[in-house]
Ligand binder design. Sequence first.
Ligand SMILES: Cc1cc2nc3c(=O)[nH]c(=O)nc-3n(C[C@H](O)[C@H](O)[C@H](O)COP(=O)(O)O)c2cc1C
Length: 390
Amino acid sequence: MEPMTTTTRLLPPLRIGPLEVDTPVVLAPMAGVTNAAFRRLCREHGGGLYVAEMVTSRALVERTPESLRIIAHDPDETPRSVQVYGVDPATIAAAVRMIAEEDRADHIDMNFGCPVPKVTRRGGGAVLPWKRDLFKEIVRAAVREASKFDIPVTVKMRKGVDDDHLTYLDAGRTAEKEGAAAVALHARTAAEYYSGNADWEAIARLKETVKSVPVLGNGDIWQAEDAVRMVEQTGCDGVVVGRGCMGRPWLFADLQAAFEGREDRVRPGLRMVADTIYRHGELMVAHFDDDEDKGMRELRKHMSWYLKGYPVGGEVRRSLGLISTLAELREILDTLDLEAGYPGEEAEGPRGRQGSPRVPSCPEGWLDTQDITPDLEKRLREAELSVSGG
Ligand SMILES: Cc1cc2nc3c(=O)[nH]c(=O)nc-3n(C[C@H](O)[C@H](O)[C@H](O)COP(=O)(O)O)c2cc1C
């Protein structure tokens, strides 16, 4: 029995189909970041739903080794959550069937939020919901296959292509009707990319529109207090946290505390940060089948996030950005001033992708009509991406 608590929970547990997530917090799928190694670090700090990097339906169907690595989970990871991307309902159905029949996940999220040109140029990610029927068919196909195994399917989307082509309310209604177990909104358009501020007002609008399944808010949660504000301002049922936790897996402890009405926060000194970096390194190497070089290459990008605000000189930072073995990593970390305390605000705030607004590249004529022609459908199928991880 759990001891009775006297604190007030901000929200009830998040219900996603048959799954119940005590802390209504989701680790946003992030290609190149949220692999099993990083998810383990995050999970150790707090409750929530931890989503893997996106995988393309085609790569899955082709069983590429990288796609199978992306959807692999540690044996103790539960629920096992994956995110699938695709533009062709038949390929999506095949990928979802494969995941379900082979018992490879407990939750499947669908990517309708990716704004990168490589993806939108093929009609995928954030520009796909503009084609209403195609969006409907994809969600329907995924839900049909997953529901045979009682696996919930959720939809993650942006507001639309740009301010003149907003899709999120329509898409939210469709997803709900087609059986999605939750909808998440990154409250930016594809054109905004990662610039400016997320429009939390849109999350509130979506919450008013989608009534029967949870609505999750996403965008610009840098600290636990932002998550509380988002819930209070929008009425959302849970939050999705991306960049804010990069280099700060302990943010999930803060989020759990905040959702449980507690004020304690993790404020690590440099020793804890260094220990976490090293552990992350070890987990990375294991994740890439003991390929130390690959593990270290993948770890390098995390360094500037981990060290943000800490007193570490430029030269040491640069050398950490070049490490190729765990021994080298240990050696450099040992030279840090491990007694240095938490630097405060400088360690917090925005990190990772920012980017400036841009005109999204779409397939030719994409925005002319919301309908889809057989010819376009054929072209999309042929353009289905086979690379994984965004
Ligand atoms: C490096 C990186 C990779 C991302 N990869 C994905 C992805 O694979 N699938 C997806 O739906 N969103 C992806 N996103 C978007 C995030 O899931 C999230 O929606 C976005 O970063 C906004 O949330 P935030 O402000 O908390 O970062 C990615 C974002 C970043 C920064």
